[in-house]
Design a protein around this ligand. Structure first.
Ligand code: S3P
Length: 174
């Protein structure tokens, strides 16, 4: 198989299902899954939460950018479950817009992600007001996800299988 794109990248807010849909896509396509948060944890030997607590958000964003760059520079094809914040940096957005990088925005309402995102231990930014934080993030980030996305897939009220099928449809011959 000779895919038309090198990597498929899933972007979206925390809790949209990038890792779970990514795992399912990886199974179906037989491509490796690269999860940005796991990459950061493997590279630093620390958890995402520890990095935020000890070094702060700016340091984490540096590790996040390096993880994205490494994943995109690696030989493909692969599925990349990008950390929710990658779109905040202009350099990351530039990389995501490169040819042969197919970006799928998993789009959900703030209500959907609030229910799911609170389950993750690697999300210190949510603190004690997950709904408020995610609502603000949605306002700030949606234009940025839209800017980098080649495709948009709605996840509200849909199962992992349904979302995976939609992603397979939109990436087509990739
Ligand atoms: C973050 C998302 C998290 C993790 C960190 C910050 C963000 O990853 O990288 O807590 O700023 O959106 P997921 O998107 O995989 O939850």
């Amino acid at each position: 198989m000779s895919p038309a794109c090198e990597h498929v990248v899933l972007v979206g807010l925390m809790g949209v299902g990038k890792s779970t849909v990514g795992a399912r896509l990886s199974e179906v396509l037989g491509w490796p899954l690269v999860d940005s948060d796991e990459q950061v944890e493997a590279a630093t030997g620390r958890t995402v939460r520890e990095i935020f607590e000890r070094d702060g958000e700016a340091a984490f964003r540096g590790f996040e950018a390096r993880a994205l760059a490494e994943a995109l520079d690696a030989p493909g094809p692969s599925i990349i479950a990008a950390a929710g914040g990658v779109v905040l940096t202009e350099e990351n957005r530039r990389r995501l817009k490169a040819p042969r990088i197919d970006v799928v925005w998993l789009k959900a309402s703030a209500a959907t992600v609030t229910v799911r995102a609170v389950e993750g231990v690697h999300r210190p930014l949510l603190a004690d007001d997950p709904a408020g934080v995610l609502a603000r993030m949605a306002v700030e980030r949606e234009p940025l996800y839209r800017e980098v996305a080649d495709h948009v897939v709605d996840v509200d009220g849909r199962s992992v299988e349904e979302v995976t099928d939609s992603v397979l449809e939109v990436i087509g011959a990739c």
